[in-house]
Ligand binder design. Structure first.
Ligand code: PEP
Length: 264
């Protein structure tokens, strides 16, 4: 198992637009119990959930009152701090809710909301300004893959997203091939490794080797309990961003506990 001592693996659950605030409370309670009962070592493999905005206050209250060892974050953030931006959510508000992370540049935002690389970069800067760790998503479409191969688009997207980032910043990168998200067809571990290594090269070029060594690079796209261990064996893959399977507590717990349930 290739866990780099400088990088604690992170398993992150992106709920997308699922579970209201009441369902979120029940879900987070059960997830934490389930993992604690199974003896999960939260220091060895970090677990984070990304509920919809309207759930965050409830999740914060629960996590803080019950001292649950779960991290949480938002699925998006505004590039602006405040003002006439109807429907937007400021990073300042997320920081007040004790979010540690925020997903930025998810392919559903890039495609359904036409988010450009420049907007992604502005959101990354805004997140860092408010001490939120941006979880920057990059990934190629099926067409990009056919035309350019797997690395070119994610590499370009990451370079663009880092435009305002200094080498003091704490960031997470997620490689999520668009064609693998929600399709049941995950990338191969070899492809994930190839792209993750290229992304680490971008981090080294732009922010220095130290940042490249300590930054976690996740794979996302149809991750399940049956394939997570193969991704985690790759030296440059430090965790997973999980969509559909993060909504099923036994399945998500099993992904989180990949070191235990699969013969490595
Ligand atoms: C995602 O939403 O980021 C994702 C990877 O989804 P899924 O795991 O369902 O493919």
């Amino acid at each position: 198992m290739n866990i780099n001592p400088r990088r604690t693996p992170l398993i992150a659950g992106n709920w997308k637009m699922n579970l209201d605030h009441l369902q979120a409370i029940a879900f987070v309670q059960k997830l934490a119990w389930n993992l604690k009962d199974a003896g999960h070592d939260f220091a060895a493999v970090e677990v984070a959930v990304f509920p919809p905005f309207t759930d965050l206050r409830s999740v914060q209250t629960l996590v803080s009152a019950d001292k649950l060892p779960l991290a949480f974050g938002a699925q998006d953030v505004s590039a602006q701090d405040s003002g006439a931006y109807t429907g937007e959510i400021s990073g300042a508000f997320l920081a007040q809710l004790e979010c540690q992370y925020v997903i930025i540049g998810h392919s559903e935002r890039r495609t359904l909301h036409n988010e450009s690389d420049e907007q992604v970069a502005a959101k990354v800067t805004a997140a860092l300004k408010h001490n939120l760790v941006p979880l920057i998503c990059v990934g190629e479409s099926a067409e990009d893959l056919a035309v350019h191969g797997p690395s070119a688009v994610p590499v370009a997207q990451l370079r663009a997203a880092l435009a305002g980032v200094t080498n003091a910043a704490d960031i997470v990168v997620a490689y999520e091939p668009v064609w693998a998200i929600g399709s049941g067809q995950a990338a191969t571990p070899e492809q994930a490794e190839q792209v993750a290594a290229a992304l680490r090269g971008v981090l080294a070029d732009t922010l220095g080797q130290d940042v490249a060594d300590k930054t976690r690079i996740l794979y996302g796209g149809s991750v399940k309990s049956g394939n997570i261990a193969a991704f985690m064996r790759e030296p440059n893959v430090d965790g997973a961003l999980v969509g559909g399977a993060s909504l099923d507590i036994p399945e998500f717990s099993s992904i989180v506990r990949y070191q235990k349930h699969v013969d490595l």
